[in-house]
Design a protein around this ligand. Structure first.
Ligand SMILES: Nc1ncnc2c1ncn2[C@@H]1O[C@H](COP(=O)(O)OP(=O)(O)O)[C@@H](O)[C@H]1O
Ligand SMILES: [Mg+2]
Length: 355
């Protein structure tokens, strides 16, 4: 049995279905991320786990105990939000001590625990400050120390880093991973940012319209998106419409007729000859290459420098726009408006089950 088992969870607001039968199993000590666009139900799931939202149906089981009807304070889960929700009139020390006082810990035990937590998040020198005297990152550290102070079994984090600027976000991502490793607490983390989800998670659950449409390790989701929605949402992919001819066994895509590769399965990947395919932007190269590549002709629309490489936008035969990510400097020879030959290996073309 899993540490946390969410079964068939449902929640509607009038006609709006926020959770449409969510199943999710989380292992103890796991770092799992709920990833999806705004309005897809991530916060509703997190708040249902915390006990602040009462689901219409389904259940939540923690270590074999049904907690679906327990009050939030009886679940004892830690919570961290985007807005830090610190007490403005209390010092850093008293903010972190607050949940321990509520739980009627002894004075000395509180002092020891607060010292330990402030050291863990690197704020021991700032214990006497008020929240307004701290930067955004420091305030978020106080919120983390407060949420972890009473050793919750589960830490729920709802877009906790989205108010921070880019470089601070990277620092806090590493900080969160370190806290996760050092405390061993199970983390359920919400974000709408794919790169953040990739960087942090053991597993990612992708949300679409109140459902989890795919769950797996970051690498697995990136390499094997299960649907057109996931392939489009997780970034880096070019979605392409293709046609399959069962008479010739060929696919027509990007203005070419190519033999269907072995991993193409007509029964599951085509419907009335229509095919959804995708190619990752880093898998398209420029120039002709060798025999096992498929080439196609495009026109260059845009070229943008991205530090580690160049992102080129091109228009293919039927007007489809494709993105190429060239990390090898080959973009230097590319001119906007000029024709260009591109290549891809047929085994790197992905095929999707029609939505
Ligand atoms: N209190 C509420 N009243 C009415 N509709 C709500 C309420 N909370 C959420 N919703 C709706 O439920 C859906 C899921 O919302 P939410 O869980 O906040 O999504 P996310 O966190 O992924 O952005 C959305 O369509 C949202 O408008
Ligand atoms: Mg939300």
């Amino acid at each position: 049995m899993a540490f946390l088992d969410i079964r068939r969870l449902r929640k509607s607001y009038g006609l709006a279905v926020a959770l449409d039968g969510v199943d999710l199993s989380v292992e103890e000590g796991e770092f799992i991320t709920l990833l999806g666009p705004s309005g897809s139900g991530k916060t509703t799931l997190l708040m249902s786990i915390a006990g602040f939202i009462k689901p219409d149906g389904g259940g939540i089981v923690l270590s074999g105990t049904d907690v679906t009807d327990l009050d939030p304070e009886d679940r004892n889960f830690g919570l961290v939000f985007q807005g830090y929700a610190l007490f403005p009139h209390l010092t850093v020390r008293d903010n972190v001590a607050f949940p321990l006082k509520v739980r009627k810990w002894q004075k000395r035990a509180i002092a020891e625990r607060v010292d330990q937590m402030l050291a863990l998040v690197g704020l021991d020198q700032l214990a006497a400050r008020k929240p307004r005297e701290l930067s955004g990152g420091q305030q978020q550290r106080v919120a983390l120390a407060r949420a972890l102070a009473y050793s919750p079994r589960l830490l729920l984090l709802d877009e906790p880093l989205s108010a921070l600027d880019r470089s601070l976000r990277g620092t806090m991502q590493r900080e969160l991973k370190r806290l996760h490793r050092e405390t061993g607490v199970t983390f359920i983390f919400v974000t709408h940012d794919q790169e953040e989800a990739y960087a942090m998670s053991d597993r990612i659950a992708v949300f679409q319209n109140g459902r989890i449409v795919q769950i797996g390790a970051p690498r697995e989701i990136y390499r094997h998106p299960a649907s057109r929605f996931v392939a489009g949402f997780i970034g880096g992919n070019n979605l392409i419409r293709a046609r399959f001819s069962s008479e010739t066994g060929t696919l027509s895509l990007l203005g070419r007729e190519i033999p269907a590769p072995p991993h193409f399965d007509p029964a599951s990947h085509s419907r009335d000859g229509e095919v959804s395919a995708w190619i990752r932007s880093e898998d398209i190269a420029i120039g002709g290459g060798e025999g096992h590549h498929q080439t196609f002709e495009v026109t260059v629309v845009d070229r943008a420098f991205h530090g580690a490489g160049d992102r080129i936008t091109v228009k293919a035969a039927e007007g489809e726009e494709l993105a190429l990510f060239l990390a090898d400097g080959s973009a230097d020879a590319v001119a906007i408006g000029a024709p260009l030959q591109c290549r891809v290996r047929p085994d790197q073309i992905g095929f999707l089950f029609p939505d």
